[in-house]
Design a protein around this ligand. Structure first.
Ligand code: PHE
Length: 423
């Protein structure tokens, strides 16, 4: 029965994976209802076969009103469609579409210059219209950019990382990433530090000792940063500045597993930076991150994977520019050609994690990690042609932008296999 099937699937999956990050996705992947899965999770947890945690996720759902617009068109489009080419008396039009739709839709249709309300007749000013509101509502109904990206990762065989902790220690956000303690990003001008609780209680002691060593004197072919590493600095709590902090935790866990098993992980969640808010920057935004950990990976693999990933998002022309991150070498900024703007725009950052990071965790010498990160808002802005990020996220979002912007569909998802990656 369904219960036994769910039990088998959960235990079977957890035999070769650390976590089931999303019970909703898992339920649909094994073809049972979420309610059923939930009760099986609860009973397995009660018997201490597994540990489970309630995770809250934001999801956009259409109201009953919006569902009707997604189905029948926006009020203004409904009004427009009800106006015949020869025009129609106002009262008749109102009767045809209903007074509610007439009330909301007619003024917007006039504003859009779709119809004209004369003394006698309401008449068309254009032959046909594009109902972008309906398209946008439909795309929310189908999941918007976030879910599309999630699907791309799932189809590429990535597992989701658990990212539900916004508070992180400096250790996992910076130190474990071989980011020196004097780095400007660790200043309160760039990072939000916590007052209460200001420090973390738990850090893995053996590993911490190794991280200290590699900062101070180096190792694995590196001479280190040659300064006195301070534990107090690593203990400071902060709001994570990137989801790479979570990737680092996951990689550390993976490195402890023997024998080594290759993994592909992704996450999409919120990060925080203490920076001046302007048209392209926000103090909090969503970051998308992907990584592949395997033996003998090269920069060629990274470029191949990035091409596949961004092509799935409809960005087919990419260029890479050498960059610097304390934790990756080589590092590359990713640019995509924007047809509308007719120029190259930056869409993300990427690289191969440094041996100072991976070897300190305990990975074998031939294991490399290719990784990339980008903000969710960035491709959304590019794909929807929005040029001020505050129009997209935060208290100042203007519904008219959503109404007026053209729908942009994400392109087809390409099948992916490591063997196809060009060198
Ligand atoms: N952490 C980087 C950022 O915040 C993104 C990144 C992830 C870069 C992984 C390289 C590798 O921009």
């Amino acid at each position: 029965d369904a219960k036994t099937k769910a039990e088998r699937s959960i235990l079977g999956f957890l035999r070769s994976n650390d976590v089931i990050a999303d019970s909703h996705q898992f339920a649909s992947s094994i073809g049972i209802g979420h309610g059923e899965l939930e009760s099986v999770i609860k009973s397995l947890s009660a018997f201490q076969f597994i540990e489970s945690q309630d995770v809250k996720k934001d999801k956009w759902l259409l109201t009953e009103e919006a569902k009707l617009y997604a189905l029948n068109g926006s009020p203004e489009a409904q009004v427009f469609s009800a106006v015949p080419p020869e025009g129609i008396p106002r009262a008749e039009l109102e009767k045809k579409v209903g007074s509610q739709i007439f009330k909301i839709g007619s003024s917007q249709a006039v504003k859009n210059k779709w119809v004209e309300i004369g003394k006698q007749l309401v008449s068309r000013k254009v032959e046909n219209v594009e109902d972008t509101l309906k398209d946008l509502l439909k795309s929310i109904e189908d999941g918007k950019v976030r879910e599309a990206i999630q699907n791309i990762f799932l189809q590429m065989g990535f597992e989701e990382m658990p990212t539900n902790n916004f508070v992180e220690s400096s250790f996992w956000n910076f130190d474990a990433l071989f980011q020196p303690q004097q780095h400007p990003a660790r200043d309160s001008h760039d990072t939000f530090f916590l007052k209460v609780p200001s420090t973390t209680r738990e850090l893995p002691e053996d590993y911490l000792e190794k991280v200290k060593q590699v900062h101070e004197i180096g190792g694995y072919g590196s001479m280190g940063y040659r300064y006195k590493w301070k534990r107090e600095e690593a203990e400071k709590n902060l709001l994570r500045t990137h989801t790479t902090a979570v990737s680092t935790r996951m990689l550390y866990l993976l490195a402890q597993k023997k024998p080594f098993t290759p993994k592909r992980y992704y996450s999409i969640d919120r990060v925080f930076r203490n920076e001046a808010v302007d048209r392209t920057h926000l103090a909090e935004f969503h970051q998308i991150e992907g990584l592949i950990c395997d033996r003998n990976l090269t920069l060629g693999h990274l470029i191949g994977v990035l091409n596949d990933f961004f092509a799935s998002l409809g960005m087919k022309k990419l260029r890479f520019k050498p960059a610097y991150n304390p934790y990756t070498e080589p590092s590359m900024e990713i640019f995509s050609y924007h047809e509308g703007l007719d120029k190259w725009v930056e869409v993300g950052n990427s690289g191969m994690f440094r041996p100072e990071m991976l070897r300190t965790m305990g990975f074998p010498e031939d294991v490399s990690v290719i990784a990339w990160g980008l903000s969710l808002e960035r491709p959304t802005m590019i794909l929807y042609g929005i040029n001020n990020i505050r129009d997209l996220f935060g208290p100042k979002v203007d519904f008219n932008i959503i109404k007026n912007s053209k729908i942009c569909r994400l392109g087809p998802v390409f099948s992916y296999s490591m063997r196809n990656v060009p060198f």
